[in-house]
Structures are given as C-alpha cells and as structure tokens.
Design a protein around this ligand. Structure first.
Ligand SMILES: Cc1ncc(COP(=O)(O)O)c(C=O)c1O
Length: 427
C-alpha cells in the first residue's frame, strides 16, 4: 500500500479533547496528581475514530513572530533554522518513510546520523584522534559520579577548584567514590571570582583536577584553563553551559563533559570527550551504564541511545559549521555579552553585575536591581514584551539572561533597549 510522504497531507484528524475519556474531577483539577492511585486502573482511551483520511486543512503556519526571546538557562533556545529543518524532516526523515524517533538505533539511517554528528563535533572542536566522543544519557549530573568511578581507586586523591554550585555538587558526588578536596572554593564570596591558579597550593598526588568551565547559576567563566604542576594530573571540565561557544584546546583536558540542553541540543543527551588512554580502568563496582569502556567499545550504542536528541545535536553542529565554526561563533557571543554588560555598567548602579569583570560569563549574565523591590516588575514587564525566563536561579535571586549561541543579537538588543526604558521609568 502506498503511503503518503507529504507532510501537508497527514491523514490525521485532531482528536477533540472533550472526547478523551480521561478521568476528571471538576472540583479539583489536580486530583490526578494528588491521588494518582485512584486512577491507576482507569484506561485512557481516545473515542474519536480516524474516519476521514482526507487532509486536515493546514492551520496558519507558525512564524518567527510567534516565538519569544527565551533567556532560559537550559533547556534553552535552539537555532530557529535548526528547528525548521527538524520540522521539515519530522514526519519522514529524508524519504525513509519514518521519523528519526521511530527508526532503529542499529539501522543504517540512524548510524549515518550519529556518525555524522560525531564527525561534525570533531571538526568543530578539532578533537585530536586520541580522544573518543561519547553520546550518553543521565545529564551532566551522572558524570559527577561516572568520572571518579572511571578515573580513580577509592583512596585516590582528587582536586576541586570550585567556582559555583555545579562544581560544588560535583565535589559532593565525588566524595562517594574517591577522596576529593578543595584547592579553592569561592563559596564564602558568593561565587563571584576565579583565583589565579598558580597562586594556589596544589596537591601533587591528585589524580585529577575538576573545574566547571562556566558556572551557569553564578555567571563565572574561566577565560583560560589551569595547567596542574603535576603533569600526570588530569584536567576534567564540566563544560555544560559553554560547550561549543568558543574554540577549546581539547588536548589540555583528560575529560570534557556537557549536557546538551544549553548550547547544542535538547535535554537527554550528555556528551563526553575523553582521552582514550583514560578508558578501561573503571572501579569494579561501576554500573555498566557509567563505564566509559562499554560506551566507547559500542560507539555510544551499547543500549538504546537518545536518538532524537542526538539527531538534534547533529543539526546544531551542522549549523555551527555553516556559521564558520567556533571562531565565528565566539565573535558573535562576545558581541552579545559586551552589549549586555555595557548596559549594566552604563546604568550607574541601577543594574548590577555581582561577578568580577575579568571572569564574567559570555553565556549566563546574572544581574540585580539596586531597587530589588522592582525585580518582579522587571521580569513581568519583560515577559509582556516576549522576553521570558529572566528570573535568576532560586538560590541567588535577581535576574539572569542566558545568551547561548542560539540567542540572536536581536534578542540581546531588545533586552538592552527594554532595560534602558525600564530604568528611565523607574530611576
Ligand atoms: C554547569 C552545569 N553542570 C551540570 C549541570 C547539571 O546538568 P543536568 O541537569 O544535565 O544533569 C548543569 C545544569 O544546568 C550545569 O549548568
């Protein structure tokens, strides 16, 4: 039977939600969530039949005017052209008759997708041939335990240079699997700076040094990376929130890891770039899903990977290459950040950045208002102007504008214009 491949002629009629026999409790809309056991045996069925195979009239196509400027820290905004490409391929990926979500992860179609994603990432970051790229699951948080499990024996010492709460979380998790200690923590100064590495007392017996390259909550970013005195000490970096935002010399690191959901794709994919000689020494207790050897030997296909997420990352990598690679991407990111930090500086104290100038993040810009009682109003008014997710992290308050690769310059310009107008009205 011939199947239609034209996405405009989907033989699907939208079900009328009123005909879905979902249990309802009019007096309490959240009844399902407060007492799920009450509904456990109730079947959720759709009573609407797909009777009419004729095409559903196309509704108005969404345009970029329908979209907001999304300043969320992650999951975050994705490039519009990537979303459109994914939309065009959603129903029938390149004529194979199914979407990427439906295809076997071992079939030739998906293999071509994951291999291309890996090879484009290698090109983008000029990843040397003695490094493996792994597409994993579990978020960057899972790497907080996978790293010590793969690199250390339980009594091995490890150094942590902690410049924000993500580094602190990684430290706490490492305590379960090795002997980490702080060579510096910025906690007492509310994570607003990064010390000069050479001034710190280093532990010459440490197996690795862990840093968080960009602290998403506090907006503190390393501008260059430390080189431990002990040449055998491995540098490990959580690059979740500045991954692929600028060129990086991968050879400086033993492991770079990143959740995809800020700069390179949707949540659900975690990327690990690891020097190959570090693979294969996991502690015996290491769960199979945390063992880099298993994933490397199976080209990230030991179990079912997050196929659609990997496909999306691949589209983003293609897009970054089309933009001219990470040198060009960094130029754009610097320009956006400069405009925003200048607006804060030029406000004469109306807006304030808590972070020391030399380590201000190009990706996450936290700021406060001198009149903190106006912050809620700022966020509310910005949302009305289609600039959303500007609330600072619950642990620090204030505002935060995340301006990842996919945030267009126009978004930052609009925010800055709004900030000036807000100041004029409230100064
Ligand atoms: C720098 C950094 N590390 C780790 C994490 C945790 O990532 P995940 O939620 O993917 O586990 C985040 C999340 O925002 C982050 O920003």
């Amino acid at each position: 039977m011939a199947t239609t491949t034209n996405p405009n002629s989907l033989p699907i009629k939208t079900a009328n939600p009123s005909k879905l026999s979902i249990p309802r409790n009019q007096s309490n809309k959240n009844a399902f969530f407060t007492n799920p056991s009450k509904f456990r045996s109730t079947k959720i069925t759709c009573t609407t039949q797909l009777q009419n195979p004729t095409p559903t009239p196309t509704t108005t196509k969404p345009t970029s005017q329908d979209r907001v400027f999304n300043f969320a820290a992650g999951p975050a905004t994705l490039p519009e052209n990537v979303l459109k490409k994914a939309e065009s391929e959603l129903y029938n990926w390149r004529g194979c008759g199914m979407s990427v979500m439906e295809m076997s992860h071992r079939g030739k179609e998906f293999l071509s997708i994951i291999q291309k994603a890996e090879s484009d990432l290698k090109t983008l970051l000029s990843i040397p041939s003695d490094y493996a790229v792994l597409f994993l699951q579990g978020g960057a948080t899972t790497q907080f335990s996978a790293i010590p499990l793969n690199l250390c024996e339980p009594n091995d010492q490890v150094d942590f240079l902690v410049t924000g709460s993500w580094g602190d979380k990684a430290f706490k998790e490492a305590q379960k699997f090795c002997k980490p200690h702080f060579i510096w923590s910025g906690k007492s100064e509310k994570y607003t700076k990064i010390p000069s590495f050479d001034s710190l007392e280093q532990n010459l017996n440490a197996r690795y040094l862990h840093i968080c390259a960009n602290e998403t909550i506090h907006g503190v970013e390393f501008k260059d990376y430390p080189t431990p005195k002990n040449k055998d000490e491995i540098l490990v970096a959580d690059m979740s929130s500045n991954f692929c935002s600028k060129p990086v010399d991968v050879s400086q690191f033993g492991i770079i890891y990143a959740g995809a959901q800020k700069n390179v794709g949707p949540s659900g994919v975690t990327i690990v770039i690891i020097r190959k000689d570090l693979i294969g020494n996991a502690q015996k207790i290491t769960p199979v899903m945390l063992d880099y050897k298993i994933h490397a030997e199976n080209n990230s296909l030991y179990n079912t990977p997050p196929c659609y997420g990997i496909y999306m990352c691949g589209l983003v990598f293609e897009d970054l290459l089309e933009q001219g690679g990470l040198v060009e991407v960094e130029k754009k990111n610097k320009k956006k950040a400069e405009i925003l930090y200048n607006a804060i500086e030029e406000s004469e104290g109306f807006y304030r950045s808590p972070v020391e100038k030399s380590v201000r993040s190009l990706m996450n810009v936290p700021f406060t208002l001198e009149k903190s009682e106006l912050e809620a109003e700022f966020i509310k008014e910005a949302a009305k102007e289609k600039m959303v997710q500007l609330k600072g992290h619950r642990s620090v308050g204030g505002m935060r504008a995340s301006i990842y690769n996919a945030m267009p310059l126009a978004g930052v310009e609009k925010l800055v214009a709004f900030m000036k107008d807000f100041q004029a009205r409230h100064a």
